[in-house]
Design a protein around this ligand. Structure first.
Ligand SMILES: [Zn+2]
Length: 85
């Protein structure tokens, strides 16, 4: 009987710990999703456009426009150099 009680107590403790851990993880993930929603997308100045292909923000005069979509026209190696700055 005592051994059974101990096993039950251990199971209860493990369950409580698991529930607490689950609750904490849920709280963290909810906080993350809320902060994601609250953060507005990065504002792009009026004279800048976002590349449809790679998402790079480039001045509108240097961007290539095709069917209403803007492209930076940079090769990948050129982009990498810009991002290093
Ligand atoms: Zn691009």
């Amino acid at each position: 009987m005592v051994a059974q009680m101990n096993t039950l107590t251990i199971i209860l403790i493990v369950l409580a710990a698991a529930a607490a851990l689950f609750y904490l993880l849920m709280k963290i993930s909810i906080n993350r999703s809320i902060s994601k929603v609250q953060q507005p997308p990065a504002e792009i100045p009026d004279d800048m456009v976002k590349c449809f292909s790679c998402g790079h923000v480039v001045p509108v005069e240097s961007a290539l426009e095709k069917k209403g979509r803007y492209f930076c026209g940079l090769k990948k190696s050129e982009r990498d150099e810009l991002q290093d700055e």
